[in-house]
Design a protein around this ligand. Structure first.
Ligand SMILES: *Cc1c(COP(=O)(O)O)cnc(C)c1O
Length: 411
C-alpha cells in the first residue's frame, strides 16, 4: 500500500501550548516526567466529568445513567465516576469487586455476561447486586445461593431480541447470540424465575456497541422498549428496572463524526414519559462504557528508532499492540484503519513526512499508524494516540512478548 492514509476530523479535545499537547492542564513532557516512564495511558478526570454533564443535559432527568466497567476498569477512574453516575454494570466477579470498592451501592450494580460461575452468582447474591439472567442454567444456581445465604436473588432478564442494531461496530443482539435468552423463550424463562422464587425486577437489552448513527440508536431504543412492554405481560412481579443498553459510539477513523445526542434525547424522553404511566415503579436505565471515557484518554509512547526500509519511513515507538490492541486494528476491526495520532511534542510543526508508526513487538501486526502524514519527528519525541480511554490497557494482550504492562494515570 503506497497511498497516504486519509485525515481524521480535527479534534480539539486537548489544547496545545508552545507546540506541546496539554493534558489535564499539564504540558505533555512535564506529564511524562511526572509519570516516570513511557508508555502509559492518561485519563483526564475533568473531561470525564464534562462528558457526564453533557449527557445529563441532553437526556431526560429521570433517566438513570450507568457505567459499563468493561470499557475501563481502572479503580481510580471508576471511583471518580462513582459519585457522578447512577450505577454500574459489571461482567465478572473481578469487575463486581471494582464497583464495590469504588463505593457504588450494590443496589445499583447489575451483573451481566454469559457463563457466570457458580461462585460469581453467589458473590452477586451476597452483595445484593442485580443479576442479569442470560441462561436457564443460572436459575437453579441462584435459587440455591439465595436459600443458602437467606438473601433474595435480585434478577432481571436479558433478552436476545429478534432485531439487530443497524450499523453497530459490534452486534450483540439479534440472531444466534451467546448473550441473553431468545425472545421466544422469555415467557417460559419468566415462569421458571417465578417458580424458583427469585426476586424478579426487570429486563435488560443490549444490542450492540460503537454506533455513530443516532437514528439507528433511537430506533433500537424504541424497539427495545416496545419489546419489553410486550414481555412484561408475562412477568412474575412488577417491573422495577428497564435497562435499554446503549452502544453510543465515538469517532475513531477518518470521516467519522461525533454522535448527535439530540434525537436520542427526544426518543428517551418519550420512553421515560410513557414508562411513567405503564411501569410506574420502573427506573429506565442506559448503560454506557466507551462513550463516557473513550475520548478522555490518551496513550503516550516515545520514539525509539527512526529507520527507512525500501523507501518507507518507520518510527518505532516503545508502546504497541500488546498495550493497545484496538489501535493496532486487531480488536474486532475488519479493515485496519488509523486511530487519530499526533506527535505530541511537536504540535505546531508543519506536517512534513509520511510515516508508519510501529511498536517494539516482533510481529507485523504491531502497527499503530500506517502511512500517516506527521511533522518530522526524532527518537525521544512523543507519539500520542487519541480516543484511547476505553478498551485500551485492559483489552490488550499485555503479556505478549514479555514487555512490562502499561502504566495508567488519572489526572
Ligand atoms: C460491552 C457492554 C457495554 C458497554 O458498551 P460500550 O460500547 O462500551 O458502551 C454495556 N453493556 C453490556 C451488556 C456490554 O456487554
Amino acid at each position: 500500500m503506497n497511498s497516504i492514509a486519509p485525515l481524521h476530523a480535527p479534534t480539539k479535545i486537548f489544547p496545545v501550548s508552545n507546540g506541546e499537547l496539554v493534558v489535564g492542564g499539564i504540558p505533555l513532557k512535564n506529564l511524562v516526567a511526572r509519570v516516570g516512564r513511557t508508555p502509559f495511558y492518561v485519563y483526564d478526570r475533568n473531561l470525564v466529568t464534562r462528558r457526564v454533564e453533557e449527557l445529563r443535559a441532553a437526556l431526560p432527568t429521570r433517566l438513570k445513567l450507568h457505567y459499563a466497567i468493561k470499557a475501563n476498569p481502572m479503580p481510580a477512574l471508576v471511583a471518580h465516576l462513582a459519585s457522578r453516575i447512577d450505577g454500574a454494570d459489571v461482567a465478572s466477579g473481578g469487575e463486581l469487586k471494582v464497583a464495590l470498592d469504588a463505593g457504588i451501592s450494590p443496589r445499583d450494580i447489575s451483573f451481566a455476561g454469559p457463563g457466570k460461575s457458580e461462585n460469581e452468582l453467589r458473590q452477586a447474591v451476597a452483595a445484593g447486586a442485580l443479576i442479569i439472567i442470560e441462561s436457564f442454567r443460572e436459575i437453579p444456581l441462584l435459587a440455591d445461593a439465595a436459600k443458602a445465604l437467606e438473601l433474595p436473588a435480585r434478577v432481571a432478564v436479558r433478552v436476545n431480541p429478534d432485531f439487530e442494531l443497524k450499523s453497530a461496530g459490534m452486534k450483540m443482539g439479534g440472531g444466534p447470540k451467546p448473550f441473553g435468552v431468545d425472545v421466544a423463550r422469555v415467557p417460559e424463562l419468566l415462569r421458571t424465575i417465578g417458580e424458583a422464587k427469585l426476586a424478579f425486577e426487570g429486563f435488560h437489552l443490549f444490542v450492540g456497541s460503537q454506533n455513530l448513527r443516532a437514528g439507528a440508536i433511537a430506533e433500537a431504543l424504541r424497539k427495545s422498549y416496545a419489546l419489553i412492554t410486550e414481555l412484561a405481560a408475562s412477568a412474575p412481579a412488577p417491573v422495577k428496572i428497564i435497562n435499554l443498553g446503549g452502544g453510543f459510539g465515538i469517532p475513531y477513523f477518518p470521516g467519522e463524526q461525533c454522535l448527535d445526542l439530540t434525537p436520542i434525547g427526544t426518543t428517551l424522553t418519550g420512553i421515560v414519559d410513557e414508562a411513567a404511566k405503564t411501569f410506574p415503579q420502573a427506573e429506565i436505565v442506559i448503560e454506557l462504557g466507551r462513550y463516557l471515557v473513550g475520548e478522555a484518554g490518551l496513550y503516550v509512547t516515545r520514539i525509539v528508532d527512526r529507520k527507512m526500509s525500501n523507501d518507507e519511513l518507520f518510527l518505532v515507538v516503545d508502546g504497541g499492540m500488546h498495550q493497545h490492541l484496538a489501535a493496532s486494528g486487531n480488536f474486532g476491526q475488519v479493515l485496519r484503519k488509523n486511530y487519530p495520532v499526533a506527535i505530541g511534542s511537536r504540535m505546531h510543526a508543519i506536517k512534513a513526512e509520511v510515516v508508519t508508526i510501529v511498536g517494539p513487538l516482533c510481529t507485523p501486526l504491531d502497527i499503530l499508524a500506517e502511512r500517516m502524514v506527521v511533522p518530522r519527528a526524532e527518537p525521544g519525541d512523543l507519539v500520542v494516540i487519541f480516543q484511547s480511554g476505553a478498551y485500551g490497557a485492559s483489552a490488550s494482550p499485555q503479556a505478549f512478548l514479555g514487555h512490562p504492562p502499561a502504566l495508567e494515570v488519572l489526572i
